[in-house]
Design a binder for this molecule. Structure first.
Ligand code: ADP
Length: 493
């Protein structure tokens, strides 16, 4: 079973030259600030004379830290691809569920192979699975297995000789949870932070993934720029997925090019994780329609959200509420400016509304998988808001300081106050979920009306203007809202 032990990405010799993974730096967009770093590490590894002359030791390990889908794997592959060297990858999690001694043996054999084929890159994804800080309490066999794996990894990295040209690249989304031994000199002594992309970098990533797609370019990159601005909090992987969904939709609609409406529809599909199939059962169908109505109502009521557009309904088996960035008036009249925390909450609340609608209108037992995607996306977004975006008042200064550091890297020697972050993230999620519960209870009448109209209207469509009209002309149910919040509080305690 050797072959299954790890994945070897090594393309056959072409023209006498190994191609490595075939991935290039150009495929990883928005990493200009770390390219020089990465190049340097590889130059030293490959024996660049200048470093040898200076007596510089090669870097043994590079830790890529960042949330899922931010291009860590892609960057590791690009390093191998640019250098034209083989790439061996393993996942930390697979080492954990092994029998006694197997994890250590596997790691040993992974390193042996890489040494033989050196220069080479070993990539260990999810290194936290084996690299978690060692426990001091009593341990079960799974923990022991993990710790043996970790010790073996440390041994292998310490056992590198000066001229062993093997670089270990590891990825994690929680560097704070790693055993400190891993971060000592000679092990993973460089940490590169890969965050969610800024709007400018979102554009660059979209451009990479638009390279091979027919796009409406009548206005240069204006189309992608609009999408980059709308795709707040998207990771690189989500942006790639967006372009792919758009391509699929364009084919479905027999359109020769990907244009703005197609991209927005793809965004809604991704953001809302909408159910795909049309439903014969009318009770279930009405429930879906009502949940969709709640999403539309939340959009209309959240300040700063794009305005509800007229195309709102079901098409090709998919419920959808399209939104447009022009004019953000919607149904809200603000009597005072929003606090920063309210703005942060406002980004999350619409994602919780579908789940809140299930809970408030159909009872706790009815919560379904179809709304889980939004809930988990909200969790991720909350993490990003607190830790990376500078949108949260409690961490804004820290995040700004972090981003002013050269390369925007976290200093591995500084212990970040993770516990504190976790509390803030939880608190933000709780506030946003409560706001969603309140919103649904307060506006239940409108939500049910729109849901019924969605089902009963001939074309299964309700105009955005109709939703806003209803909202402006139906009194809020304050009592129900108070009750819903009280229930949430009771459930919590
Ligand atoms: P991670 O390892 O951080 O979880 P991956 O590297 O596996 O993320 O990213 C998944 C996919 O998302 C990539 O294969 C690529 O298509 C896309 N992607 C992520 N980040 C970028 C980026 N910076 N530039 C271009 N594509 C990206």
């Amino acid at each position: 079973h050797r072959a299954r032990e790890y994945n070897v990405e090594e393309e056959g010799k072409k023209g006498g030259k190994r191609k490595g993974t075939g991935v290039k730096y150009d495929d990883v967009a928005g990493i200009d600030h770390i390219k020089a770093d990465v190049k340097e590490v590889l130059d030293i590894l490959l024996g660049d004379e200048r470093y040898v002359a200076m007596g510089a030791h090669p870097v043994r390990g590079v830790l890529l830290e960042g949330p899922p889908g931010t291009g860590k794997t892609l960057l590791a592959k690009a390093m191998a691809g640019e250098a034209g060297i083989p790439f061996y990858s393993a996942n930390g999690a697979e080492f954990v569920e092994m029998f006694q001694g197997v994890a250590a043996a596997r790691i040993r054999s992974l390193f042996r192979t890489a040494r033989k084929k050196a220069p080479a890159i070993i990539f260990i994804d999810e290194i936290d699975a084996i690299g978690k800080a060692r426990s001091s309490g009593p341990t079960d066999s799974g923990t022991q297995e993990r710790e043996q794996g970790l010790l073996q990894l440390l041994t292998e990295m310490d056992g590198f000789y000066q001229d062993d040209k093997v670089l270990v690249v590891a990825a994690t989304n929680r560097a704070d949870a790693l055993d400190e031994a891993l971060l000592r000199p000679g092990r993973f002594d460089r940490t590169i932070y890969m965050g969610r992309p800024s709007p400018a970098n979102r554009l660059k990533i979209l451009q990479v993934h638009a390279r091979n797609k027919p796009l409406d370019r009548s206005n240069d990159d204006a189309l992608l720029r609009q999408i980059a601005d709308l795709a707040i909090g998207y990771s690189g992987a989500e942006l790639a997925n967006l372009m792919n969904e758009a391509a699929i939709l364009a084919v479905r609609r027999s359109q020769p090019e990907i244009d703005l409406p197609i991209l927005k529809e793809a965004m809604d599909k991704i953001r809302l994780g909408l159910p795909q199939d049309s439903l014969p059962d009318s009770a279930a169908k009405r429930q879906y329609a009502t949940i969709e109505a709640a999403r539309a109502v939340a959009f209309a009521l959240t300040p700063g959200m794009p305005q509800l557009e007229h195309e709102f309904g079901r098409e090709g088996g998919t419920w959808h509420a399209l939104a447009t960035p022009e004019g953000a008036t919607n149904a809200v009249q603000l009597d005072k400016p929003l606090s920063q925390l309210e703005v942060a909450c406002g980004l999350l609340t619409p994602l919780y509304v579908a789940r809140a609608c299930e809970e408030v209108l159909y009872g706790r037992e009815s919560v379904s998988l179809s709304t889980s995607k939004e809930v988990s996306r909200a969790g991720e977004l909350a993490r990003w808001i607190v830790m990376d975006s500078g949108l949260h008042p409690a961490t804004r200064d820290e995040v700004v300081r972090l981003n002013l550091r050269p390369g925007g890297k976290r200093d591995p020697t500084v212990k970040w106050a993770w516990k504190n972050y976790d509390d803030l993230i939880m608190d933000l999620q709780r506030r946003a979920y409560e706001a969603a519960l309140r919103l649904v209870a307060e506006r239940a009448t409108v939500i049910r009306t729109v849901g019924n109209e969605l089902c009963d209207n001939k074309d299964e469509t309700v105009l955005g203007s109709r939703v806003i009209d209803l909202l402006l002309n139906t009194p809020k149910n304050e009592a129900a809202a108070a009750a819903a919040t009280a229930v949430a509080e009771r459930a919590e305690s």
